[in-house]
Design a protein around this ligand. Structure first.
Ligand SMILES: [Zn+2]
Length: 394
């Protein structure tokens, strides 16, 4: 509803002898009576002028359902938005934040939310899931710390999109996905990529026996970065405690980024750091050494490299890195599947989609509830279908 400024009121009257449509069954029936007060429906504003449809609803005396309120073609149920306006707002909400859309059309935030929710509900109902053969399962933290969402993406070479969002990251959460996805489609799955989160591993092994399960590159490197971060933080603390030169100051991103992504200043700092025999630096070098792993073509050679790397790392006396090596050893088979699936799935997909999801969550939409986050994620990343007429305004 536009808050102030001029308003164009369009009064709508039913055709003479036109029969109302029952909102329950969709059949026409005789008019029972009229509602005492007309309802107002927001239409797309023109040049800053609010456009409102004003219509007195009738009740149908439906032979099937009894006395019911009529269904009007321009709006759904009790919504005060016309369908046209709802689609219009939801399209803008793909380009701008919800509060920007609200400001631009002088609508309220909840009006924009309702519009997007309508678009998502329609799209989810009409979404095509026929050719999904590769999925990636991921978790994203949100809201408060230690709160997670489980997200499932389609990661086929040609199409990458968000398929499903669930609250938490429990076994139960992922089971819900498989229930929604259906048995038949699950049997068609050829590849499933995920991280090492135990409940996911368990559910995947139980539910999708036909699919090749892959621990993907993105999650393995993320695990390694987490270990390096841990080593660096505790070493910096120790240096500080011993009153030594704070050489690790401002080194965090230098150790986490790839050398090719460093700035000139960061490169100089890295060259300097490499001169010290620090645990952080040795951990960093182990990680950089590991990058070579992903270059192998044949799984057998990759396996040889992996074993050697784990052996070396186990001798490093760096606990967080040893933990990584142990995890890699334990999941070796699933990691080597990465090489067997090369070319079949979009390898960078999970990482790219993960970044976009985080960005969507972070945007100031005022996410207080799971419902809001869910709707925003589907809207931004779901590649959901839309009815033909929505393109009329573009
Ligand atoms: Zn009816």
């Amino acid at each position: 509803m536009v808050e102030d400024g001029p308003t164009l009121e369009v009064e709508i009257k039913p055709r003479k002898n036109g029969k109302p449509v029952c909102s329950k069954c969709g059949e026409k029936g005789p008019t029972y009576d009229h509602q005492p007060k007309p309802r107002r429906f927001d239409f797309v504003p023109f040049w800053g002028i609010a456009v409102v449809f004003v219509y007195t609803m009738r009740r149908v005396n439906c032979p099937e359902c009894g006395v019911k309120i009529e269904q009007v073609p321009w709006a759904k149920g009790k919504s005060p938005l016309t369908r046209t306006y709802a689609w219009f707002l939801s399209q803008w909400a793909k380009l701008l934040s919800w509060s920007d859309v609200a400001r631009m059309f002088k609508a309220s935030w909840s009006t924009v939310f309702n519009a997007v929710e309508m678009a998502v509900e329609w799209g989810r109902k009409h979404v095509e899931l026929k050719d999904v053969t590769a999925i990636g399962i991921d978790e994203i933290s949100w809201h408060r710390r230690h709160q997670y969402l489980t997200v499932v993406y389609q990661i086929n070479e040609g199409i990458r999109r968000l398929l499903w969002v669930g609250e938490h990251r429990k076994a139960k959460t992922l089971l819900k996905f498989f229930r929604w996805f259906g048995k038949e489609r699950t049997e068609q799955l050829k590849y499933i990529a995920s991280d090492m989160w135990k409940p996911y591993l368990k559910v995947i092994a139980y539910k999708a026996k036909n699919a090749m399960h892959i621990l993907d590159r993105f999650h393995i490197m993320a695990m390694m970065n987490k270990a390096i971060d841990e080593v660096r933080a505790s070493e910096a603390k120790k240096l500080n405690f011993e009153g030594r030169e704070p050489i690790l100051k401002n080194s965090r991103w230098i150790l986490l980024k790839r050398p090719s992504k460093l700035t000139v200043w960061q490169n100089a700092k890295l060259a300097d750091l490499l001169k010290y025999n620090l645990k952080s630096i040795r951990a960093y070098l182990l990680k950089e050494d590991f990058q070579q792993f992903w270059q192998y073509v044949r799984p057998a050679w990759a396996e040889k490299f992996l074993k050697e790397w784990c052996r070396k790392t186990m001798l490093s006396k760096i606990e967080p890195m040893k933990k990584v090596a142990k995890a890699l050893r334990k999941h070796q088979a699933l990691i080597l599947n990465w090489f067997r699936a090369k070319g079949e799935i979009s390898q960078a997909a999970v990482e790219g989609l993960n970044n976009k999801s985080k960005l969507t969550i972070r945007k100031a939409y005022g996410f207080r509830s799971f419902r809001t986050a869910e709707i925003a994620l589907y809207h931004t990343l779901g590649k959901l279908p839309e009815p033909e007429f929505t393109h009329r305004f573009w």
